[in-house]
Design a protein around this ligand. Structure first.
Ligand code: BES
Ligand code: ZN
Ligand code: ZN
Length: 491
């Protein structure tokens, strides 16, 4: 999908179709040219409501307000509604919240995210045909906009949404087509294309790095594990950031086997690792002046005579012993070793991990929201704020000493599950904290994306399937760190 920004008035632009956003049900605005027809069609302009007037080559879509979240959703739904039409170019005016051009970025993201369909496994593919979108600087409230500023935001929006779709593609790929070796292969080709450094650890190296808990989880699978390290290293970086992703290419639960209904969609247990891949891709395309390292633990959790067992005691890379009571709490075991490895390899200013870690996170806050944990209030609140600015939903959950005790083990340093069924997202986070070095505790946030990573009923700008959760929130956070560093330098 190509975007073009122009100073031409909307009426002067040649294209197949005009998209008009109706704000807050206001059908009297000068942008609305078909009031009678819209009334006839029963169109009221509610959020995400669409009305295609083929005779006029105009598509109307409703948005509750000029806020980015509303415009993003509206644009996504507009483009979605065009899927089976033959329109291939559209034009759209600009809509800003009191002249702030960020909403234009949101619209671009909405168009790219809304046009996404995963049809690799369909024998007949019905791709979205919209190829070109022309954005006019003619603004809803006649605000004057600078073309350079708008073009730069359009470019950022496109990179962000393309990276999100890249992540969606990996997550949506079936476990038979995407296993650890393939995640490494995809990372390698992306790294090559984008000028990222790439390193992979295979079982032999994993053994010599003493990543025995990760290896134990992987043992019963015919697909051997990989730990992938991607790096974006500009000169004079403002910050050093470490990202770690859970890349369970399939989670059957292992010997603590999941019930049939819960196993379906577990191809999405690689969402954290896939998000890290998408973020790394965008970081290099945006050429952010920060050093970013992405570590992905790619493993398949299966059953078999060689499987790790409840009752085993494993030794993690940092020497801590872990009593296994449930082999379905495997993500935290993989992350334990990868977090230790990441801290050994890179001294970072911030460490973020992304994981579809617990069903309890979904129970706590619903399917739409990621939960953010950690020891430092400011770091957690930075993630929540930037997630919300990016169009993702996130909320912080607090650790406490009482829940920490529930993962004590009578025979090992820690147990891989809690002795209570309540507060499972937090106890999983506190388990991970056991593998964060003291000097890094305040630099770390854990992001449980189990709720939004896989969408079973389309919502917002997400179709059925992988949402790419984590990508937009982290890119916005990183961009924000960069702009903060710039303003500190200028003061
Ligand atoms: N991958 C799952 C968590 C999950 C559940 C992700 C639903 C997405 C949707 C994780 O490995 C798991 O199975 N966790 C267990 C932990 C339990 C055994 C303590 C869970 O949440 O039930
Ligand atoms: Zn599991
Ligand atoms: Zn899992």
């Amino acid at each position: 999908m190509n975007f073009n920004v122009t100073q031409l008035k909307i009426s002067e632009i040649k294209s197949n179709l005009e998209v008009i956003i109706v704000i807050n049900n206001d059908l009297n605005h000068t942008f609305i040219k078909d009031k009678k027809l819209l009334k006839k069609a029963g169109f009221k302009g509610g959020q995400d409501e669409t009305c295609l007037l083929v005779s006029q080559d105009r598509l109307y879509v409703g948005a509750s307000s000029l806020k980015s979240t509303d415009l993003r959703r509206a644009s996504a739904n507009a483009i979605k509604s065009l899927k089976s039409t033959s329109y291939h170019s559209i034009k759209v005016a600009t809509y800003t919240n009191q002249g702030c051009p960020y909403s234009i970025r949101a619209m671009v993201e909405g168009f790219v995210l809304g046009a996404y369909y995963f049809e690799v496994y369909k024998s007949k593919q019905n791709k979205n045909k919209i190829k070109n979108i022309t954005i006019s600087l003619e603004e809803y409230n006649n605000h004057e906009l600078e073309i350079e500023m708008v073009s730069s935001l359009v470019n950022k929006g496109k990179i962000t949404a393309d990276a999100t779709n890249f992540t969606r593609n990996i997550v949506n790929t079936t476990p038979d087509d995407c296993y650890p070796k393939i995640m490494a292969k995809l990372s390698k080709s992306m790294a090559k294309e984008n000028g990222l450094e790439y390193k992979v650890l295979k079982p032999k190296e994993l053994r010599s790095e003493k990543m025995e808990t990760l290896l134990a989880v992987a043992r019963a699978s015919r697909h051997k594990p990989r730990v992938i390290h991607l790096a974006h290293k500009p000169k004079n970086p403002k910050y050093v950031i470490t990202l770690v992703g859970k890349g369970l290419t399939y989670d059957s639960g292992g010997l603590s086997l999941k019930p049939a209904d819960y196993m379906v969609t577990m191809k999405s247990d690689k969402s954290g690792g896939s998000a890290v891949m998408g973020i790394m891709k965008a970081v290099s395309e945006l050429n952010l002046p920060i050093e970013v390292h992405g570590f992905i633990g790619a493993v398949e959790n299966m059953i078999g005579g060689d499987a790790y067992k409840p009752d085993d005691v494993l030794v993690a890379k940092n020497g801590k012993t872990i009593e296994i009571r449930n082999t379905d709490a495997e993500g935290r075991l993989v992350l334990a070793d990868v977090l230790c490895y990441a801290q050994q390899e890179v001294k970072a200013d911030y460490i973020f991990d992304f994981a579809t870690l617990t069903g309890a996170s979904v129970v706590a806050v619903g399917h739409y929201t990621s939960t953010i944990m950690g020891h430092n209030k400011e770091v957690k609140s930075m993630v929540v704020t930037q997630a919300q600015n990016s169009g993702e939903l996130a909320t912080a959950l607090d650790f406490n000493d009482y829940l920490k005790k529930t993962i004590n083990s009578p025979i090992a340093d820690v147990c891989n599950i809690s002795n209570t069924r309540y507060g499972g997202a937090i106890t999983a986070g506190q388990f991970l904290s056991e593998f964060i070095e003291d000097e890094n505790k305040e630099k770390w946030a854990h992001i449980d994306i189990a709720g939004p990573a896989f969408v079973e009923h389309a919502w917002g700008e997400n179709p059925y399937g992988a949402s790419g959760a984590g990508v937009r929130m982290m890119l916005r956070l990183l961009e924000n760190l960069v702009s903060q560093a710039h303003s500190e330098n200028n003061n």
